[in-house]
Ligand binder design. Sequence first.
Ligand code: E4P
Length: 291
Amino acid sequence: MSIKLPKIFLDSGNPEETKRAKGLLGHIDGQTTNPSLVAKHPEAQRFLSQGKKLTEEELLKFYRQIIEEIGREIAGSISVEVYADWDSTASQMLKQAEKMFTWGRNIHIKFPTTEEGLKAASEFTKNGGRVNMTLVFNQTQAAASYAATLQSKETHFVSPFIGRLDDRGVNGLDLVKNIIKLYRKFNKQDKSNILVLAASIRTLQHLYSSIFMGADVVTIPFKIAQEWVKEEKWMPDKHYRPSQSGLKYLKYEDLAFYNNFEKYKIPHIEDDLLDEGLKKFVADWKSLAKI
Ligand code: E4P
């Protein structure tokens, strides 16, 4: 088995880190952002420390400037996330996506992998948009993302969140492995151009194991880029064995292929990681602006 080199993305809302990561790694293939990462931007931290709040319009302007600055550094994909809570409708998300898509040449819109997020993604990709389906914690969400993007020739991403599953004592890397296996099966039925993007990477072990398992893309925080460079950008080979994590094993579910994403029932609030993830992004946006 030969190991395929994945695309390397930076996971950051700070264009200064884009510049530094480029210097460190020589090249980065793309970048992912999210509300929490934008809230960590030094200027955002400054507003916060002064107890200031932006208007919604100012926040969007600030986010847009960040994306444009990143776009001057890299030619690859930049993921931009819509604002969404449990009450957000597909059409509200679509409205934001249409604007955000114009912020650069190679934008992917991050929609939460909820029922409404999937509806928005399906509509958006039918009309030429590109998506990164985020907050993915189970195979059902990944299967639905596959089906929702079938009618598009563009490249899309599905983002399983490794670290957040680990935080709950479940091996997040198993989810990456299971989605890759499921998509290989689905590929035999109908082909979606959706790539597996390993997200919520917290350690070098997460990075090496994601590469070893065959993730198409890995998105790494700046700190992991620094650690990787210290290891001379070591790459796993076929002899690599992911370390025994002591975390709960996540069993593969042999889900059936449907070309209609609505056939997959996405757990709502019962999936507390999805609930918590959505709420955290909302809270980070609200810390910055009056939304
Ligand atoms: C990237 O697209 C994700 O939003 C990010 O990797 C999430 O990472 P976290 O779980 O460390 O917040």
